[in-house]
Each structure stands twice: as C-alpha cells, then as structure tokens.
Design a protein around this ligand. Structure first.
Ligand code: TXA
Ligand code: MG
Length: 306
C-alpha cells in the first residue's frame, strides 16, 4: 500500500473509533478521535495508563485549537511562533468544547499541539478530527522514536504509520497557560529560554507551585524507565556497565560526538532502548544543563529513578 492509501485507511479507522499510531517530529503518538469517549478509553487501555493522566490533543493549527480551548492572546503569540512544532499549550476548556472529558482526565483544561510532521498533518487533514495521542509506548516505558519501537511496545494492537525516525526525538514542551501565570510542566523540544524570549518575561518555576504538580503526571519522577539501571554524570563505565557517551569520548554508543544537544535529543530514546537490550547497567556521561539539555537531563533523571 502506498503512503497516501495508508493514510486514507488510517483516517477511516480513526473515524470508526479505532486507534492508529503515527509519527510526529517529537515521538510516535497513539492516536484516537479526541471527541469519542470510547476511542479515548481504548488509548488508556492499550497503554496500560492510569486514568488520571490527561492526553494531548493534536490539531492542524491555532484556529482548530481555539475551537476547543479558550482564547488567550499570549497563547496565540506562542502558536504563531512555535506551531507547528514541539510545544503543547494547556488552555481552559471552552464551555462548548466537544472533546471527550476523558482527554482532560477530569481537569477543566486541555493540552493542544500542532505537530510539525507531514505525515501527522496529512492524517489530521484526511480524518478531519482532533486526535488525542499520548506517546505510543506502554505506560512508564521509553517513548518510541521509530515505527519498530511502537511495534515492540504495542504489538499488533493497532495500525502503525511509518514515517521513519523522529527528528526531535524528545517529547514536546508542556506549557500550562490555564492558570494565572504560564508555567512549564514538562521540558521538551522548545526551550524555556525560547518561550521567555517571545513572552518577554521569565516563567515561574513549577517546583514553587506544589499545588499544580498533580496536573501533569509527566512530572512524576519515575516515568521514562528502561529495565536497566542508570548511573548519571558518569565519566567512564565501571565493571558491568555500558557507557552512553556524549561528546568526544568512546562509549558503547554516543549521543553526539560533536556535543550537539539537538542530535543528542534525537538519539536519546533509541539509544537507551538499544543499550537496555544489551546490559543491565547503563552509565551516562554528563549532559550540559542548557537549551535541550534540560529536557534530556529531565528524562534521564526520571529514567534513573526506580
Ligand atoms: O511530543 C509529545 O508531546 C508526544 C507526541 C505524540 O505529541 N506526546 C506525548 O504525550 O508525549 P504524553 O501523553 O505521553 O504526555 C503528555 C503530557 C503528560 O505529562 C500529561 O500529563 C500532560 O502532557 N498533559 C496533557 N494534557 C494536559 C492537561 N490538560 N493538563 C495538564 N497536563 C496535561
Ligand atoms: Mg509519554
């Protein structure tokens, strides 16, 4: 089947309430019609995900986003700059919001994102639906960045559209704009600095807002866990460890020999997966805490918690 007819088949499945896995520029998503309660419930079932974790709804553009979420001028500003792209914006639900309450997991807000991957965009156009899609992994496992990873995670549970490896490789930044001041609930493909530059103000630190943490279980410590144990900020491998290197060093694998954080983000999940199959202990070299390094270190710290 060529890609166009695969997309049409996938669109028909989605309209019929089935699940379809599809590529985005960040990671692969497990998609369903976001307006269909049963379809959304099937996502939770397929992922083995706790019900309280809300899902991101994928749309084509800001017009579609503001059909579901309340209009906020600063949100539009960010959409104009970063969409399509790896930024999820949480907005209060509109009174007439048609999205399943399940995608909000009981909250009165919704996470919206316009993906920057041609296949995801073609699929959104073909089905004409907002698509709820968490990362296409079993709950608590590493996000998939290739179609083969999705198959490892979910088997034959759903159709998988293969768009090759994801270019960003780390999930979207989740920015909560439903409260008084915008806060980052999850670091990701768009950096805090990039957002602050557009909003022309510093963002609050979510750790100072303990009250809101329940909102994004993505903030839970142990989340992106491989089976192997992880030792972070390692300068070399100890006996029985494999080394995930960064920069000019010899390791079992190297996230980026040139010390390029974008390349490291794109490689992170696939390399963790590969090493997870090879060893029970992975040592990871230090990654600078700047730009995408924040998101990379965040995922590594979660993966290291057991
Ligand atoms: O890059 C990505 O964001 C990928 C691709 C497929 O778009 N999706 C993804 O989805 O990572 P997921 O479900 O694995 O992570 C979504 C994160 C979770 O931490 C969730 O708690 C948070 O976003 N989230 C989504 N909607 C929310 C809402 N209404 N309120 C608070 N947090 C929300
Ligand atoms: Mg996920």
């Amino acid at each position: 089947m060529n890609m166009q007819s695969q997309i049409e088949t996938a669109a028909a499945l989605l309209r019929a309430g089935e699940l379809v896995a599809f590529p985005t520029e960040t990671v692969y998503g497990l998609g369903a019609n976001a307006c269909d309660d049963k379809a959304v419930a099937n996502i939770y079932a397929a992922k083995g995900r706790p019900q309280f974790n809300p899902l991101i709804t994928h749309v084509l553009d800001k017009t579609a986003a503001f059909e579901h979420g309340k209009y906020i001028p600063e949100a539009e500003l960010l959409m104009d700059v970063f969409w399509p792209g790896p930024l999820t914006i949480i907005l209060p639900r509109r009174e007439d919001c048609k999205l399943s309450l399940l995608v909000s997991a009981g909250l009165d807000c919704i996470g919206l994102r316009a993906p920057n991957h041609p296949l995801a965009q073609n699929l959104l156009r073909a089905c004409g639906l907002p698509l709820a899609a968490p990362s296409a992994n079993r709950s608590g496992k590493i996000s998939p960045t290739t179609a083969a990873h999705v198959k490892e995670e979910l088997g034959d549970a759903c159709m998988i559209l293969d768009g090759g490896p994801c270019s960003v490789g780390i999930e979207s930044t989740v920015l909560d704009m439903s409260g008084e001041a915008p806060i980052i609930l999850r670091h990701g493909g768009v950096t805090q600095g990039q957002i602050e530059e557009i909003l022309v103000r510093p963002l609050q630190d979510p750790r100072l807002r303990g009250d809101k943490e329940f909102k994004s279980p993505g903030m839970l410590e142990s989340h992106y866990a491989p089976n192997a144990s992880l030792r972070l900020n390692a300068l070399h491998a100890e006996e029985g460890e494999v080394l995930l290197a960064f920069g000019n060093a010899q390791g079992a694998l190297n996230l980026s020999k040139n010390g390029d954080l974008n390349e490291a983000a794109a490689n992170l999940f696939a390399m963790l997966r590969t090493l997870d199959k090879k060893a029970t202990r992975i040592a990871v070299m230090p990654i600078p805490m700047e730009g995408l390094g924040l998101a990379i270190n965040d995922r590594l710290m979660r993966a290291a918690v057991r």
